[in-house]
Design a protein around this ligand. Structure first.
Ligand code: FMN
Length: 404
């Protein structure tokens, strides 16, 4: 796939009302504008659920700030006439180096829910990681997908392992799902305090959020987790036993999400090739406030155990708001970049068309950036890593080995 598919012209979108929605979304220039519109559209519960972060929101804010503090060093006179944003993630061809991170309860934002996110991903060939706590069943979410679409399924291990085994058995029957994304950064739910709009807080593992009937927004229908847990999230999971147990119940490759130190990245690498990738993530700052931004962890890996990147695909998420953020993460060695809240805002702003706009807003500037200073292929960006590293060594100094 060369360049960015034009969402307006995609055959699966050849529907007049959808085209009208797409047109109205085109006027929104940035993810900030999509967030503003979603803030107007969403009921307070839906807004609060997406906006929330743990403690003082330090990690959530730092996730974005860290990208602003890295400057690009564009090179000139590089042939960029053709520019290809497609890549592979754990061997699966995808249209973008951007994936949708798992997010619970998308129907809070819009009735189209996770199936709507999936429809938008189909337009761009982007990978969608389905949350264990999605508000639609995995079968419904992948049901309308194009044959080329790539999905992951995110798993929270439940105290009663039989519950997770039953989920894995369902996932094994869905060929569109190419990997299990094991989230390991929330052994106990993060504590979200009251947000600026003074709404009761929620966490990502809460399996039931019912909006009050007096709220009239389309997102206010009775929204529940489609595959609810009875026993609750496990807090007793450990590396060896967990990975052995998963291997007994699925042959799908594993991506571990929520790695926050180079030491854990190193441990994950000892489980390669069964573990094919890791997502460096602080869960969007929703679990443990002052946990590091993924970029810091990536720099730690580059400094202390660069061999990890040869054994595993290293991805990041958290704080991505601009195409330049995507390019910076790729330059520093991320295989792909996940986006969370911005997708939920897109859904709240304009349903499927809003998510399409979100995905379009992220890569379009990446393409411009790549063309204006890098190279024609995203895989070629590796060439610039060293340069950025030298210039921004101060970021490495910011990596404090607290709690090592
Ligand atoms: C509303 C919401 C729900 C989330 N639910 C989950 C979840 O069910 N499982 C999970 O692994 N991560 C979950 N996350 C974390 C995201 O996968 C991702 O790590 C994070 O949102 C990335 O940061 P960003 O929102 O700044 O892009 C959730 C995040 C949000 C905002």
């Amino acid at each position: 796939m060369v360049g960015i598919p034009n969402a307006d012209e995609h055959p699966s979108r050849a529907n007049k009302s959808h085209n009208k929605e797409l047109l109205s979304m085109q006027s929104l220039q940035s993810l900030d504008e999509l967030e503003s519109l979603a803030t107007k559209n969403l009921n307070k519960k839906a807004w609060s659920f997406n906006y929330a972060a743990a403690g003082d929101s330090i990690s959530k804010e730092l996730d974005q700030e860290v990208y602003r503090s890295i400057l690009l060093r564009p090179r000139v006179l590089v042939n960029v006439k053709e520019c290809d944003l497609s890549t592979t993630i754990i061997g699966q061809r995808v249209g973008l180096p951007i994936f949708v991170s798992p997010m619970a309860m998308a129907r809070l934002a819009h009735p189209a829910g996770e199936a709507g996110i999936s429809a938008a991903c189909g337009v761009f060939g982007a990978m969608h990681i389905i949350s264990n706590n999605a508000s639609m069943s995995p079968e419904e979410i992948v049901g309308g997908a194009t044959p080329e679409q790539v999905f992951g399924f995110q798993l929270y291990i439940q105290t009663d392992r039989a519950e997770s085994e039953a989920v894995l058995a369902r996932i094994n029957k869905l060929p569109a799902i190419k990997c299990i994304v094991l989230t390991v950064d929330e052994p106990v739910p993060g504590k979200h305090e009251l947000g600026p709009r003074g709404i009761e807080p929620y966490n990502d593992m809460q399996t039931e959020i019912l909006s009050p009937p007096e709220e009239s927004s389309p997102s206010s229908t009775d929204v529940r987790v489609a595959v609810p847990s009875v026993s609750g999230p496990a807090s007793d999971a450990e590396w060896e036993t967990t990975l052995q147990w998963i291997a007994k119940h699925t042959s799908l490759p594993i991506i571990i999400k929520g790695i926050q130190t180079h030491e854990d990245a190193q441990i994950a690498a000892t489980y390669a090739p069964r573990v094919k990738g890791i997502i460096l993530s602080n869960h969007g700052g929703r679990v443990l406030d002052t946990a590091p931004p993924a970029i810091h962890t990536l720099l730690e890996i580059r400094k202390y155990c660069p061999e990890v990147r040869e054994k595993l695909e290293v991805m990041v998420d958290g704080g991505i708001r601009r195409g330049t953020d995507v390019v910076k993460a790729l330059c520093l060695g991320a295989r792909a970049v996940g986006i969370g809240r911005a997708v939920f805002w897109g859904l709240g702003a304009g349903g499927v068309a809003g998510v399409e706009r979100t995905l379009q807003s992220s890569p379009t500037p990446s393409l411009t950036v790549i063309k204006n200073g890098f190279g024609a292929e995203i895989t070629g960006l590796d060439f610039f890593n060293g340069v950025i590293d030298e210039e921004y060594r101060f970021l490495e100094d910011a990596v404090k080995k607290v709690g090592a």
